[in-house]
Write a protein that binds this ligand. Structure first.
Ligand code: FES
Length: 109
């Protein structure tokens, strides 16, 4: 499938995660302090918790349940108890539209 519009860029609040779903895939979309938009898998890898209900701290999104903070760039948890990464999706900005294709994962090192 092709990229789907998930929201308007102007709707995103800086340093606040927004839950979106594309083709049944839940994602957390974050506009960071540098104006960059990130999309990572919304489900914490430690438990069935929506990461978009957590807290944005710098370039991480922290799970409210037990405090694992996931990198918005790599999807990796930076602290326990989670140890598996969440997927990172490529985001395309087209004018004021935020587009994501769930089939396209961002290359991370
Ligand atoms: S459910 Fe997210 S850290 Fe435990």
């Amino acid at each position: 499938m092709s990229a789907t519009r998930v929201c308007a860029l102007s709707e995103l609040e800086q340093d606040t995660a927004r839950r979106v779903e594309v083709d049944g895939v839940p994602m957390a979309v974050v506009l960071d302090g540098n104006g960059e938009v990130h999309a990572i898998g919304d489900t914490c890898t430690h438990g069935d918790i929506s990461l978009s209900e957590g807290f944005v701290e710098g370039d991480t999104l922290e799970c409210w349940a037990h405090g694992s903070a996931f990198s918005l760039s790599t999807g990796r948890p930076l602290n326990l108890p989670a140890y598996e990464p969440v997927p990172v999706y490529a985001v395309t900005i087209d004018g004021d539209d935020v587009l994501i294709d769930p089939a396209v994962r961002k290359e991370v090192n």
